[in-house]
Design a protein around this ligand. Structure first.
Ligand code: GRG
Length: 338
C-alpha cells in the first residue's frame, strides 16, 4: 500500500529500481486479477513499458515476449488489435498496440494498411469518431484516431473535408469554462481536456483553444495538498498529474502549477515496500497510476527521468525521431531533489 505520510513525502525520493521491479512482476498469470483485467492488457503493457522508458530502462520487459503478445491480439475480422487474444478489435487497444510496437522498434511487423483502414472507417459524417463497429462516440476516440494515424505516418490519409469535420466536432465539445467534454454538452473533465488539446495540437489547430481561460481552469485543479483533481469538487488523483499537467504544458503554461507541492503529492503515493504508485497516498498501487505519476514527475523536471512528450505520452526522443514534435512548454530537468 502507498505511503500515508504526507509530511515525510517532501523528504522521500522516487524509488526507480523498486518501480521497475514492480512493473516486471505484473505478469502474474496465476492470479485471478490478471484474468479479470484482460480487457485492459494491451493498455497495461503500454503503461508499464512507457513508465520503464521514462525511468531510463527501456529494456525492462522481454522484448520478443512483448512483441509476440501484441501480435497475438490481432483481430482478423476487424483488421486491428484487440486488448487480449480472441477479444474484438477496438480503437483503444489499437493505439496501445502501435505505441508498444514503436517503442520496441517493431512497427514493420504490423499490417499498417489494415490498421489505417480500421481507423479511417471510424470517422462519422458529423466528425465524431467511434471506438469500433458498435458505434460508441467519445473524444478519447478522436484523439486516438489522430495520434495513431500520425504515429503511423498516415495522418494525410484523412480527406480534407473530414479533417475539418473532426475539428468542428472537437469545437462543439468545448464548454463555457474553456474545457472539453466527452461529447457536445458534456461536462469538462481533465481527461477529455487532454485528449482534445492534444488532438488540436496534432492538427495544428490550437487557435481553437481559449488558452488563458482553459489554463486558469486547469491551474484551479490543484488542491491545497498539492494533488490535482479532474474537475471541480472532486478528489485529487495522481493520474491528473498527467491529464492536467500535459494539457497545461501543451498550452505553454506549465509554470501555472505549483511544482514542488505536486512532486511531494506524487512521491507520497509510492508504495515504498513493493513498488508502484497509487491514485493517492494510502491506496493500493496499479500500473496506470504508476505511469501517470512517473510521467507527471518527468514533466515537472524531476531528476533522473527521461523526457516525455505531452501530446503523445511517449518518450520525447522517439517522437522527435519520428519528426512529430509539436510546440509545448517544458521545465528544466533538476540535477537533484529536493
Ligand atoms: C495514450 C495516455 C494515452 C491515452 C489514450 C484513453 C485515452 C487516450 C485517454 C483517456 C482520457 C481520460 C478520459 C482520462 C480520465 C480517466 C479517469 C481517471 C476518469 C475518472 O473519471 P471519474 O468521473 O473521476 O471516475 P473523477 O476524478 O472525476 O471523480
Amino acid at each position: 500500500m502507498a505511503s500515508t505520510s504526507t509530511s515525510a513525502s517532501s523528504a522521500i525520493k522516487l524509488d526507480i529500481p523498486l518501480h521497475i521491479k514492480y512493473i516486471q512482476n505484473l505478469d502474474k498469470r496465476q492470479d485471478l486479477a490478471y484474468h479479470l483485467t484482460s480487457h485492459l492488457r494491451l493498455n497495461g503493457i503500454y503503461w508499464g513499458l512507457t513508465a520503464s522508458h521514462i525511468m531510463g530502462q527501456p529494456y525492462a520487459l522481454d522484448r520478443e515476449g512483448v512483441i509476440e503478445y501484441v501480435l497475438s491480439c490481432w483481430d482478423d475480422e476487424a483488421g486491428t488489435f484487440g486488448p487480449h487474444p480472441n477479444h474484438d478489435g477496438h480503437i483503444l487497444s489499437t493505439l496501445s498496440g502501435i505505441q508498444i510496437m514503436l517503442m520496441q522498434d517493431a512497427i514493420d511487423r504490423v499490417d499498417v494498411e489494415s490498421v489505417t483502414k480500421f481507423l479511417l472507417d471510424r470517422i462519422s459524417p458529423d466528425g465524431s469518431v467511434s471506438g469500433d463497429s458498435w458505434g460508441e462516440i467519445d473524444t478519447r476516440f478522436t484523439y486516438i484516431l489522430l495520434s495513431s494515424l500520425s504515429l503511423l505516418g498516415k495522418l494525410d490519409q484523412i480527406p480534407t473535408e473530414k479533417r475539418e469535420q473532426i475539428v468542428q466536432y472537437i469545437s462543439r465539445c468545448r464548454n463555457f469554462d474553456g474545457g472539453f467534454g466527452r461529447v457536445p454538452g458534456a461536462e469538462s473533465h481533465s481527461g477529455q481536456v487532454w485528449v482534445c488539446t492534444a488532438a488540436l495540437s496534432i492538427l495544428g489547430r490550437q487557435d481553437l483553444i481559449d488558452i488563458p481561460l482553459l489554463g486558469a481552469w486547469l491551474s484551479e485543479r490543484q488542491l491545497p495538498n498539492g494533488g490535482l483533481n479532474g474537475r471541480p469538487e472532486k478528489l485529487e488523483d495522481v493520474c491528473y498529474s498527467w491529464w492536467c499537467l500535459a494539457s497545461i504544458s501543451i498550452l505553454g503554461k506549465l509554470h501555472w502549477i505549483n511544482k514542488d507541492k505536486l512532486i511531494g503529492f506524487i512521491l507520497g503515493a509510492q508504495d515504498l515496500d513493493d513498488g508502484g504508485i497509487a491514485d493517492r497516498p494510502g491506496d493500493w498501487v496499479d500500473v496506470f497510476h504508476t505511469l501517470f505519476g512517473v510521467a507527471g514527475l518527468s514533466l515537472l523536471g524531476y531528476p533522473g527521468l527521461e523526457d516525455i512528450d505531452p501530446v503523445y505520452c511517449m518518450p520525447a526522443k522517439l517522437i522527435d525521431k519520428l519528426g512529430l514534435k509539436k510546440p509545448y512548454a517544458t521545465l528544466p530537468r533538476m540535477v537533484s531533489y529536493p
